[in-house]
Write a protein that binds this ligand. Structure first.
Ligand code: GAP
Length: 472
């Protein structure tokens, strides 16, 4: 029987592991569901993506500053934000076989008539929801098939709870943050004062967030530990529509023009009333055309003054959270428009978009057409042969470039093989040192996508040529 063709997702997962972009964590122990480590190429790319976002949001705007807040906040933060009561997923158990399912997944599958379902594997203390159990009585358990054994849905909180100090006492309970946004809200009075910002202004941060997801999956799309790149824009009430329009345009342009994702694979989706989160008055998702369907990798949310109102009530520090406009003598709680991107999901979209297969002079190749700004290695440096002084010249070029550019020296295998390895890693340029270099100090620069060999620049011009290409 012919082997089933691999899906694009399978191809990316395999390439990511093979080339050291992303690999399962603690694999010697069998891994732990949906936790991933970023290898030597993956960490370079992830850092470049985070840096591009930082440049785009902070360097580009006078009125946006950055912070890096703690992961563990005062636990009242999460009571005020609504996460302790409302950040939950409803789960259904089978009393017979003890399997556990997410209710929305169960309903979706039943409506679509799909057999088989992912089980929700977690143990957690659930609370009963008010749902009508009778509606589940006739549904067979998707795992063991027994009818009438499914429980009413129960609500499970997605926050990871832990405690501070050596004694496990409920009084010391704290949470790993499920979003970075709240760290910005609770710091906002200090940041606004020290940076002397006037609305509209933004506070941005990049950092880890944790969610005890019931059904993680699709590689790095949904994991329990991930990184967010969030910016909270503090505005005068009444200007939220204008701010939403502005940021929708800016954020879409970032993924398309700066990161190079193809326009046809990007779209905006406005949330329906049912889809809106508890804090949002309006929301758009930036979606990518993933192999499993269109799905969100960044949200743009109009949060009104919901968060600051809640923190004002719970902290008793309303005055600190209000903004006083000394020109108009007005005092108000700013409204917030948030841009909330997933660093890992963004990276997955970029990797999928970059994956191509073609053939060069009759040889099949896999080529990652990553934007040069995001490619882990900017240029490969190859001596044509291992003799005649070519390696020494190539090493000298590597030393001249290495502190400013990501370059990689390779002298093993024939030149075609070396190109193929760099094509898979997404390296946009490969520099070859050959016998002519000995005579006139010139090199060739091969372009990954056009396969053209640039007219021979001099060794001392290579840094400028590569920097120009990165800027272009
Ligand atoms: N502060 C708003 C907020 O957190 P969200 O829509 O829940 O909004 C924003 O999350 C982004 O964070 C998502 O678009 C996604 O890119 C990323 N994200 C959320 N949950 C994730 C998970 N379990 N794994 C990976 N990324 C996730």
């Amino acid at each position: 029987m012919a082997a089933k063709p691999k899906s694009k997702m399978d191809l990316i997962v395999a390439l990511a592991k093979r080339r050291g972009f992303v690999m399962p964590t603690s694999e010697i122990y069998g891994g732990i569901g949906s936790s991933y480590d970023y290898g030597p190429l993956g960490i370079e790319m992830k850092r470049k993506l985070a840096d591009l976002w930082w440049r785009e949001m902070i360097r580009k705007h006078d009125n946006i500053v950055g912070i890096d807040s703690a992961i563990i906040y005062h636990p009242k933060t999460w009571v005020a934000s609504g996460h302790v009561d409302g950040f939950t997923d409803p789960l259904v158990d089978c009393k017979k076989c003890k399997a556990r399912f997410r209710e929305d997944e169960l309903v979706k599958r039943i409506v679509k008539g799909i057999k088989g379902i992912d089980e929700a594997p977690l143990k957690n203390d659930g609370q009963n929801l008010d749902a009508d159990h009778a509606s589940y009585a006739l549904i067979p358990c998707p795992k063991c098939g027994t009818k009438g054994e499914l429980t009413a849905p129960r609500s499970f909180n997605l926050m990871f709870k832990t405690h501070i100090g050596p004694v496990e006492d409920s009084g010391d309970a704290v949470y790993l943050r499920p979003e970075t946004a709240q760290g910005i809200y609770v710091d906002y009075p200090q940041v606004q004062t020290t940076s002397r910002l006037k609305p509209p202004f933004g506070i941005a941060q990049i950092g880890k967030a944790f969610r005890n997801e019931i059904t993680p999956g699709n590689f790095i799309f949904r994991t329990r530990e991930f990184e967010q790149m969030e910016m909270q824009y503090f505005i005068k009430p009444g200007s939220e529509e204008e701010a939403m329009e502005f940021w929708k345009g800016e954020r879409l342009a970032f993924w398309r023009d700066v990161c190079g994702i193809k326009e046809e694979n990007l779209r905006l989706h406005q949330h329906t009333k049912d889809e809106l989160a508890h804090y949002a008055a309006d929301a758009y998702d930036i979606e990518y055309n993933f192999p499993f369907g269109w799905d969100e990798f960044e949200g743009i949310h109009s949060r009104t003054d919901y968060d600051l109102q809640r923190h004002a009530e719970h902290s008793g520090k309303r005055k600190d959270l209000e903004y006083f406009d000394d020109q108009t003598r007005e005092r108000y709680l700013p409204y917030i428009v948030e841009t909330s991107a997933g660093l890992n999901r963004g990276m997955l979209a970029i990797l999928l978009d970059a994956y191509h297969e073609d053939s060069v002079e009759g040889n099949e190749r896999v080529v990652m057409r990553l934007d040069p700004k995001l490619a882990p290695i900017t240029a490969g440096i190859f001596p044509l042969t291992k003799k005649d002084g070519l390696p020494e010249l190539a090493r000298k070029l590597q030393d001249d470039l290495r502190l400013d550019l990501d370059v990689f020296y390779d002298e093993t295998g024939n030149i075609g093989r070396r190109y193929r390895r760099q094509d898979e890693a997404g390296t946009p340029f490969c520099i070859t040192i050959d016998h002519q270099t000995l005579e006139d100090q010139t090199v060739t620069i091969r372009d990954r996508d056009t396969l053209e060999q640039q007219e021979r620049p001099k060794l001392d011009q290579v840094a400028a040529v590569l920097s120009d290409k990165l800027r272009g």
